[in-house]
Design a protein around this ligand. Structure first.
Ligand code: ADP
Ligand code: MG
Length: 243
């Protein structure tokens, strides 16, 4: 089994506030890990540490064999292999959908524009938006914008995708179309870490579910184990609240 992400004893503090208090987690190639837990438990901070949007206070994070906490590691190179999708889609409002998807490969990977355009069109077709290439983000629904954001992340050909509550800002009727795209990605073998409150998605798609609380992993297991038979009483209480 090829380990894509290996986190050991990760700590992160903001001033005196200790947000991550010793996280250990390995993610294997092709594995889909869903992270659940109450608000404020450190889920976003954890994902952000994985691509150095936050710098860990201590501990080790090895991604694709590179220790990203090591100052000598070329973090931009590592980051190119990690796609991230946020709750807010953060598309560039002054660029068309196509240009949004083309931008990073052209700018960061120096891909020639024709190839980048072909790739972008292919990706837009994959997320069901082939006909929206030439419109601007504000002309799209939230669900469509989030699908563009996923296509944009995929344009860098990452081998790990991080999702931080990708459907939380969407109207309910748009959640399904975004989850469907993520499900296809998972089926295609993408390594994924997904913070989500969509328990149906976690149950269907996750290989493993992580329950985080107060900066630690309280419990982890298969969806079956976590949803049918949670052992930790905090997990039970959390699931009772949201299911
Ligand atoms: P979650 O995603 O599980 O809701 P977060 O990782 O966003 O949790 O936040 C965990 C805790 O860290 C919260 O108490 C939050 O206020 C705090 N926090 C997050 N980011 C920062 C920051 N940049 N500066 C100070 N405190 C932060
Ligand atoms: Mg969060």
């Amino acid at each position: 089994m090829n380990i894509k992400v290996n986190v050991t004893n990760l700590h992160k503090s903001f001033g005196k506030l200790e947000v991550l208090r010793g996280i250990d987690l390995q993610i294997a190639e092709g594995e889909v890990v869903c992270i659940i837990g109450p608000s404020g438990s450190g889920k976003s901070t954890f994902l952000r540490c994985l691509n150095q949007l936050e710098t860990a206070t201590s501990g080790s994070i090895v991604v694709d064999g590179f220790e990203i906490c090591d100052k000598k590691t070329n973090i931009n190179r590592v980051r190119q292999n990690i796609g991230m999708v946020f709750q807010s889609f953060n598309l560039f409002s002054h660029l068309t959908v196509l240009k949004n998807v083309m931008l990073a490969p052209v700018d960061l990977k120096k891909m020639d524009k024709k190839t980048a355009e072909e790739n972008a069109k292919e990706l837009l077709a994959r997320v069901g938006l082939a006909d929206k290439a030439h419109v601007y983000p504000h002309q799209l629904s939230g669900g469509q914008q989030q699908r563009v954001a996923i296509a944009r992340a995929l344009a860098m050909k990452p081998d790990i995708m991080l999702f931080d509550e990708p459907t939380s800002a969407l109207d309910p009727e748009m959640v399904g179309e975004v989850l469907a795209v993520m499900k296809e990605l998972a089926k295609g073998g993408m390594t994924m870490a997904v913070v989500t409150h969509e328990m149906g998605f976690a149950r269907d798609v996750a290989d493993r579910v992580i329950f985080m609380d107060e900066g630690v992993i309280m419990e982890e297991g298969t969806p079956e184990e976590i949803f049918k038979n949670p052992k930790n009483e905090r997990t039970q209480a959390f699931l009772n609240c949201i299911l």
